[in-house]
Structure formats: C-alpha cells, structure tokens
Design a protein around this ligand. Structure first.
Ligand code: HEM
Length: 345
C-alpha cells in the first residue's frame, strides 16, 4: 500500500517555511520588516511560476497545427488567460501589503541586500519573453544582461527564440478563413468603387471610418489605410493581415463564431494592462520607498522603471486597433453567406 499523503509533506512545507533567511539577522540587526519583504517576494515568484505554467499550456494549444476554433481548445485558452488576469490583479493589489513597510523600516535592512534586486527576477523576464517581448524591444538592455547570471540570460534568450504567444496568435489570426474564402464575398454588395490593393469590404469600412473622424483626428485615416493595404509582417508585433482579422473580430464580435476569438484578443489586452498596472504601482512604491536613489540592482531606479513601463507593452498592436473602430450601426452589411457562417459556424 502506498504511504498516506500528509499535508506538510505534500506541500514540502519544511522547505518553504525554512526559506526565510533574514540578512539583517546575520548582521546582528533587528529589522522587523525584512520578513515581510522576503515573504512578499517569494510569493510573487511562486505566482510567476504559476503564470509561466499557464502561458506554457496556452502556447502548447495555440501551437497545434490542427487548432480548431470550434473545439474546446479555444475555450481552454480563454479560460486560462482569465486565470492569468485574476492572478495579475491579485499581484497588483499585493503591493498594498508591502507598502505597510515605511521607507525607514526598509532602510533598516536595505543596504544588506545589495546588489540583489527584483531586476534579477528571471522568472519575470521569462513571463514577458514568453508573451512576446523581444530583447530588442526592451528598455535599458544593458542592465538586463548585466544583472542576471549567465545561465539565466541563456534561459531567457532560448525563450525569446521559441514561438511566443504573440507569434502564435499572429499565425492564428493570419489563418482565420474570412477573407481568403471567395464564397463569403461573391455576394457582398460594395458601396464604393473598387480600389486596387484593398478588399472591397475594407474599402467601404475605411470610408465609414473616415466619415466619423473629428477635424483633429483626420491623420488616423492613414494608420488604418496602412493596416488595410499592407501585406508585410512585423517582427515585433502583428502582421497587417493579422491586424485586419483582429479588427474584423472586434467589429463583428456579436456573431457567435467570433465571440471566443474576441474574448481571446480582449484577454491579451487585459494581460498587458494588468502587467503595466503592476509596473505603475511598483514604480510608485519605489519612488515612495527610495525617492530618487539608484536601485540595489544599480539601475537609475524609478527612471529605468518608468522607461520599462512605457516600452514593455507586448500586445500594443491590438490596443492600437481601438483607434480604428466605427460604431456598430454604420458597419457594412456582410454577405448572407458570411453572416450564415458567423452565426452557425
Ligand atoms: C521596497 C520595495 C521595492 C523596491 C524599493 C524596489 C525597487 C526596485 C528598483 C529600484 C528596481 C530597478 C532595478 C534596480 O536598479 O534595482 C526594481 C526592479 C524590479 N523589481 Fe522591485 N522593488 C521593490 C519591491 C518589489 C517586489 C515586491 C517585487 C515582486 C517580485 C519586485 C520586482 C521587481 C522586478 C520584476 C523588477 C524588474 C522590472 C523590470 O526590469 O522591468 N520589486 N525594483
């Protein structure tokens, strides 16, 4: 008979609960808040591990050549993304707990930590890299390389070269059979005369969109034209083809077939938003704790973090599509064949 499982053994509590070594104690100093500081960081790392686990399972599904939009696969992807979002929201709120430590409490032990820093959280960098943040896109690349151990840099670089979630979603959007299928468009009643290089549907849509622009927004029209007529790919983001499909999904999401794809795209934007909210709360906390001093990891502190906050959006191409939406009432009427497909799959 197999041995009974015991709570403590199952969770390996002897390891976890004995892993809080306060540096201050080693220096014979009583810095009460160091325990909180350690436990907060350890719990963040555990949750990063869970996020990586979920992202891996999502990329595995999205990487299937036979991924079927009507199968439960897509539901699983959306469900796991929802879980990541809930975890991220909790991680944002956990900053409240650490902020019960005052700057003076922090100073009691801060100097003993040098040069350790959240900077060296390779799991955080792996989360970003698995989602799709590339090395070339990172703010302050020199810090990122210099602070990590060689094996950690290697690990992150391996992740960067594997297919990221962004790339997989890009491929999935490109394969979406909406515009390549002649049947869906042969009975489409275009309102405007055809224009070379732009699908008649998108040509109509562009006219509708342009009519809705305010005086100071007219330059937006060229951004939309670029998406509608482009066929190039973008190394760090979505290709024009993928963006067109994503835009179509945003516009016609009320059709049952587009509902899950919409939730998937919406979740990506939400993940980005929660990550950046975390960055924002983190930089505010840093400012509150150490003011304008440099970080223990040697960066410029809040300035570095603000740069990363601005630059590390991963699904910014999806976010940008929201500038190109027109109201539902004025959308082009689709062909009966396409409507039928989108209603019943
Ligand atoms: C007293 C609280 C904290 C302070 C003063 C602080 C300070 C800093 C500073 C100054 C940096 C920039 C790098 C450097 O020069 O060190 C940094 C980076 C970072 N910190 Fe914190 N931190 C705090 C709490 C936390 C917590 C609780 C986490 C949770 C894991 C965390 C995770 C990170 C991460 C992931 C980075 C790298 C961000 C990036 O490269 O974009 N920090 N922190």
């Amino acid at each position: 008979m197999s041995k009974e499982v015991h709570y403590s053994d199952y969770l390996q509590l002897d390891k976890i609960l004995n892993a809080q070594d306060m540096e201050s104690l080693k220096h014979g100093v009583n810095a009460h808040d160091e325990m909180l500081f350690i436990i907060i960081h350890q719990s963040y790392e555990l949750w990063f591990k869970q996020i990586i686990y979920e992202v891996d399972s999502i990329t595995e599904i999205m990487g299937k050549p036979e991924l079927n939009d009507k199968s439960s696969d897509l539901q699983t992807v959306v469900h796991r993304m929802n879980r990541i979002i809930v975890i991220l929201k909790m991680l944002v709120n956990k900053i409240d707990i650490l902020e019960t430590m005052t700057p003076m409490d922090f100073l009691d032990f801060r100097d003993y930590l040098r040069p350790a820093s959240g900077f060296q959280s390779w799991q955080f960098k792996i989360v970003e890299a698995k989602l799709g943040l590339k090395y070339e896109e990172r703010y302050g690349q020199q810090y990122y390389i210099s602070q990590l151990r060689d094996e950690q840099v290697k690990m992150i670089k391996t992740v960067e070269t594997a297919r990221t979630l962004l790339e997989l979603v890009n491929g999935w959007l490109e394969r979406f059979p909406l515009f390549d299928e002649q049947l869906y468009w042969k009975n489409y009643k275009a309102s405007a005369a055809p224009v070379k290089g732009i699908h008649p549907f998108w040509n109509d849509y562009r006219n509708i969109y342009e009519q809705g622009l305010m005086e100071g927004e007219k330059q937006n029209a060229s951004g939309l034209t670029e998406i509608l007529s482009g066929d190039g790919s973008n190394n760090a983001g979505f290709s024009s083809k993928a963006k067109r499909t994503a835009l179509f999904i945003l516009l016609y999401r009320n059709f049952p077939l587009l509902h899950l794809p919409f939730l998937l795209l919406n979740n990506l934007v939400e993940i980005d938003e929660q990550l950046s909210t975390w960055r924002f709360r983190h930089v505010n906390m840093v400012q509150r704790m150490i003011g304008a001093r440099t970080g223990t990891g040697g960066s410029t502190g809040k300035d570095y973090l603000k740069g990363a906050l601005e630059k590390h959006y991963i699904f910014k191409d999806l976010l940008a599509l929201n500038s190109f939406l027109a109201d539902r009432r004025s959308l082009p009427v689709l062909s009966p064949e396409l409507e039928n497909k989108l209603r019943f799959g």
